[in-house]
Design a protein around this ligand. Structure first.
Ligand SMILES: Cc1cc2nc3c(=O)[nH]c(=O)nc-3n(C[C@H](O)[C@H](O)[C@H](O)COP(=O)(O)OP(=O)(O)OC[C@H]3O[C@@H](n4cnc5c(N)ncnc54)[C@H](O)[C@@H]3O)c2cc1C
Length: 476
């Protein structure tokens, strides 16, 4: 099979990847932009290219259509290509993508990972019932497939996305029965000293206040200090029970949408062995990068939320900075020219970081949403591993997450730990009292997503060692 060769491979077509593609082009690089979605835009601007009436969109979505159009002109775009493995081959990275049922391959001298964030899962009794899903998942169906859920909907958790999805549902005439806010009250006190700086530095906070006002105006009940959430139903969700203060409540609903923040998507960083660090402010694992997004691995850059949660406004700046650094490394532009190109981006990022610090403090998730309290609750739903099972392993001194994985199969299912990883790690930390570094994080193994065996069979590689790695190091 022939392999296309590029200077730079950008993985992820969100605002970071789109801006990186345009900057790479401006620096004279020949790049490929790869995204698993059928269209460009990433999570925040999902479906932007298929939006029929751009005039009804907000200003940021209109700007995003321009970003997407410019990126298409600047790079070879591979949409609907999911990156499932990357192997370094001398001076090049061999990137394998799954497109439909077919494995394809591209090669590049530098790699820019811009795969964004993923939602932190919340596990509680009944969370595996049909009708319980993440708020981001509800939003993706709304934006991408125009699938509007039947109400009434209850939203539970904390963070700006929860409020945004509630308002988006109301705009589609879906009844929102209530918002169950799990934000610890103590967080508000801790975040207050950062409020003034945050108000003038970014737009998330101001938008959040607008969303809250809209929900109050539409008389959506908001319960504060919520805990002990359980989904009730037989076959699918019928109601949700929870505690707010000393009272226990029950609300009927057809859909429960949960959201307790987002974490950097570290799968590709882990796959290419980039060094990770525990970021206690999120809390979660984050790739180690310098201020240009350069990682511990030669030739690998990370930008946008995949490099640490920075938000949609910061993502294009981070994409431009990383693409410029890659261009300097490849000798396409001089270092001082690179510095000049991103001066404004760095300035804007410094400002936006002030708002991020406020948001991280305000929405820091409480231990009871990070660790399932009930032993019977499944942590890994693919392999049916419960919180009780993880605690029993901890009691038997199995205290490192990859040891847990090999004994219990936790994280070895179709999601490959994307959903259960943070839950399993937090449960083990809580049960053993060990640090995040001591517990560790799931090692990433190719393929990242399930690949039909026929796709492997049909794939004739010009790189036998890479294929050998596929066969002998997969966890199953
Ligand atoms: C579910 C969800 C919904 C969100 N909704 C909003 C919102 O409405 N408003 C807001 O301000 N912020 C939202 N956020 C936060 C938002 O994602 C970011 O701040 C912003 O989009 C980050 O931009 P990015 O370019 O870093 O990544 P993203 O915009 O997330 O783009 C990453 C892209 O990488 C692609 N990708 C990932 N893995 C692979 C792979 N293996 N192969 C190929 N492609 C891959 C994804 O398909 C995606 O298109 C959301 C986050 C999540 C997780």
């Amino acid at each position: 099979m022939s392999t296309d060769r590029f200077d730079l491979a950008i993985i992820g077509g969100g605002p970071a990847g789109l801006a990186a593609a345009s900057m790479a082009f401006a620096c004279g690089l020949n790049s490929v932009l790869i995204d698993e979605n059928p269209g460009l835009g990433g999570r925040v601007f999902h479906g932007i290219e298929t939006e029929r009436d751009v005039s009804i969109l907000g200003t940021d979505r209109i700007a995003a259509t321009t970003l997407a159009r410019d990126a298409r002109e600047a790079a070879t775009v591979l949409s609907g290509h999911s990156v499932v493995d990357i192997v370094r081959d001398h001076e090049h990275f061999q990137i394998k993508t799954l497109h439909g049922n077919e494995l394809r391959s591209a090669s590049a001298r530098r790699l820019l990972i811009a795969t964004g964030a993923r939602e932190r899962s919340m596990a509680f009794p009944g969370w595996t019932l049909p009708g319980v899903m993440t708020a981001g998942g509800v939003q993706t169906l709304l934006k991408g497939a125009r699938l509007v859920p039947a109400g009434p909907v209850v939203l539970a958790g904390s963070g700006p996305l929860l409020l945004l999805v509630a308002v988006q549902l109301l705009r589609h005439d879906v009844p929102v029965a209530a918002i169950l806010d799990t934000t610890p009250i103590a967080n508000i006190r801790r975040a207050m000293p950062r409020l003034a700086g945050a108000l003038w530095s970014g737009s998330v906070l101001r938008r959040g206040v607008g969303l809250l006002a809209s929900l109050l105006w539409q008389r959506v009940p908001i319960y504060r200090g919520v805990n002990t959430i359980a989904a009730q139903g037989d076959g699918s969700i019928r109601a949700v029970t929870f505690k707010a203060g000393k009272r226990t409540h029950r609300l009927d609903c057809a859909l429960l949408a949960t959201h307790v923040g987002i974490l950097p998507d570290i799968q590709l960083a882990g796959l290419v062995d980039c060094q990770l660090r525990w970021d206690a402010s999120i809390p979660g694992w984050t790739p180690v990068t310098d201020r240009n997004g350069k990682t511990s691995q030669d030739g690998v850059f990370i930008a946008g939320d995949a490099a640490g949660i920075g938000g949609a406004e910061a993502a294009p700046h981070r994409g431009r900075i990383a693409a410029t650094a890659a261009a300097v490394e490849l000798g396409a532009i001089a270092p001082d020219e690179g510095d000049r190109l991103v001066t404004l981006d760095r300035k804007k990022l410094r400002r936006l970081n002030r708002e991020r610090a406020f948001l991280d403090t305000l929405f820091f998730p409480s231990p009871d949403v990070r660790v399932p309290q009930d032993d019977a609750v499944l942590v890994c739903r693919c392999e049916a591993v419960s919180a009780g099972c993880l605690r029993a392993l901890a009691a038997a001194d199995v205290a490192e997450i990859n040891h847990v994985k090999s004994i219990s199969r936790c994280g070895m299912g179709a999601c490959q730990g994307r959903v259960c990883g943070p839950l399993a790690e937090e449960t083990l930390k809580d049960a053993t009292g060990r640090s995040a570094e001591a517990v560790g994080t799931f090692r990433v193994r190719p393929p990242l997503k399930p690949v039909p065996i026929g796709a492997y069979a049909a794939f004739a590689s010009d790189d036998p060692p890479a294929e050998a790695r596929f066969l002998y190091t997969a966890d199953w």
